[in-house]
Design a protein around this ligand. Structure first.
Ligand SMILES: *Cc1c(COP(=O)(O)O)cnc(C)c1O
Length: 396
């Protein structure tokens, strides 16, 4: 096997521009709409609402800001308990903590790597008074929405859907970012399409959208002077950023097609290895394939030890672990990443409840055996074949 270090780094997931972005930025510049109002913002709010088929969209400075407003709209207050995805990026639940509420983490299931409906049901048995569930679609794969929505409905809970990673993915033909009462997408630089930053709140509740708009512009009341009756935020998206998003939106489906090709090339390349890819249900889901991930079979794992800040492993013939593969990738100038470390394993949430079924800890297991592979759409097939061979070499 001929392996050579990449001259140019192969990335996990980086922005890919197409040309129109600069046109819309320039338009904002030349007309002096260098502000948090302007045509680019209006156009992308319209286009995204149409794309996902929801009534209202509010363009915001980032997905995290959108999540903050979503959590406030859901009525989360100081001291409340809120059920949250456990294996996710911290931004999913940071806003719950901003509001002084307590996240209770719900374990993950193996079919989609998202919130386990059985663990959620169990959580409601333990805490029947909880009124809000915040859930993320990890790596672009939709959650088991039929089950999750039924459970939320049964317990009269509001669902906030963090679709930051899954924009463009569908569940039973319906776009993610529409299953919650309040929903969030992100245009961060590493997402499926980007504004360099930015995010959006999506909802069918017209009054809620109006409230979010008001909160996001410092909660100014309708008066001749700056009049305030409630706390506000400076969360509105810039018209320049919106120009980038506007240029990217027509390429969403193309990016998804390219990401899917990457996923399938890995899957085929690993066919005879003791591994599997991040899974989804082909009957009900079309992911956006944002990140391709792999999970090493239990009996193909060598010993791996992770402390709070470092990792080591003991090499065994025919076996490997995420640490070895990630080190190898780095050696060849390619960027992989561990699975998002579950929240119940994070020092900051040491004291928070973690709810699972039986004595399982699915998040911990996927974190131990899984990793994110380079999934950049600018990666060539030849480069991806080298990545595949690098991974294969770890199993020798
Ligand atoms: C990226 C991301 C966010 C945050 O979006 P920003 O636009 O970066 O603030 C929230 N949740 C998840 C799951 C994400 O991956």
């Amino acid at each position: 096997m001929n392996l050579r270090k990449f001259e140019e780094k192969v990335w996990l997931s980086t922005p890919t521009m197409h040309g129109d972005e600069i046109k819309y930025i320039r338009e904002a510049y030349e007309t002096n709409w260098m502000s948090t109002v302007g045509k680019n913002i209006d156009e992308i709010e319209k286009a995204v609402a149409e794309k996902v088929d929801c009534k209202c969209s509010v363009a915001l400075s980032c997905g995290t800001a959108a999540l903050h407003l979503a959590v406030k709209l859901a009525g989360v207050k100081k001291g409340d308990r809120v059920f949250c995805s456990d294996m996710t990026f911290a931004a999913t639940l940071n806003s719950v903590v901003y509001e002084g509420a307590e996240p209770i983490f719900i374990d993950t299931e193996y079919d989609t790597w998202n919130m386990d409906p059985n663990a959620l049901e169990r959580a409601f048995e333990l805490y029947p008074d909880v009124k809000v569930v915040v859930l993320a679609n990890l790596y672009g794969t939709p959650s088991k929405f039929d089950e999750i929505c039924d459970i939320c409905k049964k317990h009269n809970a509001v669902m906030v859907e963090d679709a930051a990673e899954s924009f463009g993915a569908t569940y039973k033909g319906r776009q993610t970012g529409t299953f919650g009462k309040y929903n969030v997408i992100s245009f961060n630089g590493n997402k499926i399409i980007t504004g360099s930053s930015g995010g959006m709140l999506l909802t069918n509740d017209i009054n809620a959208a109006a409230k979010a708009r008001k909160w996001s512009t410092q909660s100014r009341e309708n008066a001749p002077w700056y009049q305030h009756e409630e706390i506000g935020y400076n969360y509105r998206m810039s018209n320049v950023i919106a120009g980038v998003v506007r240029g990217q939106l027509p390429y969403l489906e193309e990016h998804i097609t390219q990401k899917k090709k990457i996923y399938e090339r890995y899957r085929d390349g690993f066919k005879d290895l003791p591994v599997s890819m991040n899974p989804y249900d082909e009957e009900t889901m079309v992911p956006n394939f944002w990140l391709s991930c792999m999970l090493i079979d239990k009996d193909a794992m060598c010993k791996q030890v992770r402390t709070s800040s470092s990792a080591t492993y003991v090499k065994e013939k025919g076996k490997t672990c995420p640490t070895e593969i990630l080190e190898k990738l780095m050696e060849y100038n390619a960027e992989g990443r561990p699975i998002w470390k579950p929240m119940h394993m994070q020092p900051i949430y040491e004291k928070n409840q973690f709810i699972t079924v039986g004595d399982k800890d699915v998040g911990k297991d996927i974190f131990a055996r899984g990793l994110c592979l380079p999934s950049d759409i600018k990666m060539t097939e030849e480069e991806q074949d080298v990545i595949i061979n690098i991974v294969r070499s770890c199993f020798e």
